[in-house]
Design a protein around this ligand. Sequence first.
Ligand SMILES: C[S@@+](CC[C@H](N)C(=O)[O-])C[C@H]1O[C@@H](n2cnc3c(N)ncnc32)[C@H](O)[C@@H]1O
Length: 278
Amino acid sequence: MRKEKNIVIHETAFVTSAFRAFDERLSQDNFAKLWKNQKTEKWIEEYLDQVSSEETYTHCLRNRYFLDTVRNLVGSEEIEVLINFGSGFSMYPFLLEKDMIHIEIDKPEIVDYKREKVKDFQRRGILPKRTIYFVGVDFSTDYRDKLESKIDSIKGKKSSFILIEGVLFFLSRSETDSLFNFFDTIQKGGDYIGSASFQETLKDTIAFENLLKFFNQKVSKTNEDDYQTIQDEYYKSKTNYNLIDHQDYYSLSAQYENKINQDRQLILNENFYLLKKI
Ligand SMILES: C[S@@+](CC[C@H](N)C(=O)[O-])C[C@H]1O[C@@H](n2cnc3c(N)ncnc32)[C@H](O)[C@@H]1O
């Protein structure tokens, strides 16, 4: 039998999109289904079976929280530009008001693929037109100066919301520090950061054990230390930002009336933080 090809990290973006498509009422993302493909479909089935069946709902609620947060801030005219770091196949540009500016940053192969697919969906009338700048960057390289001038040329003095979700788990602490320092450089007072990450207690759960086992088989990374967790203190201690909201899967489930099906041990509970620059 032919050995199945491993998942590469950027393919997790297909998986996250597929999760969002499972319950459109909850995620409010009626375009996520456009990224479904046969190759990842099988992994998704296995992942839900072997890691945690709750993952569809955790991802739907993550999207819903950030979508509603950005929508409200656009409504109160607090932000004009959404900068999505590790944007994958997120569909925020098409779910938000059409006059927003979007900067989508991810690995070159992801943004190149997404740009072409989006163009094609728009040509066929499946997606509406939006102002999106796709920028290919690897956060493990020295991207700072080039990315700063690129963002500056698009954003100018406009207010921004930086989103980083589903990404920090795969980055090192020093890459994360560099990113947050970079955010501080490109943002001004009143701007926002939305960030999603896991806390250290995640590593005590059966769901995390399952995840490690699954990644062991499908991805080349194997060690629990390869996956970054972040404590609340990290966000609270950012000197130029105030932490103004903190949610997790349980609080969002209560807020959006989502029925939790699994035991806590079988849920990868993600935390969501909203920071405002002072
Ligand atoms: C699980 S996906 C999440 C995508 C999207 N934010 C979402 O929530 O649907 C993780 C994304 O982070 C990107 N990523 C991971 N490591 C990266 C790096 N070193 N540089 C740039 N992007 C990276 C991957 O390419 C992928 O698109």
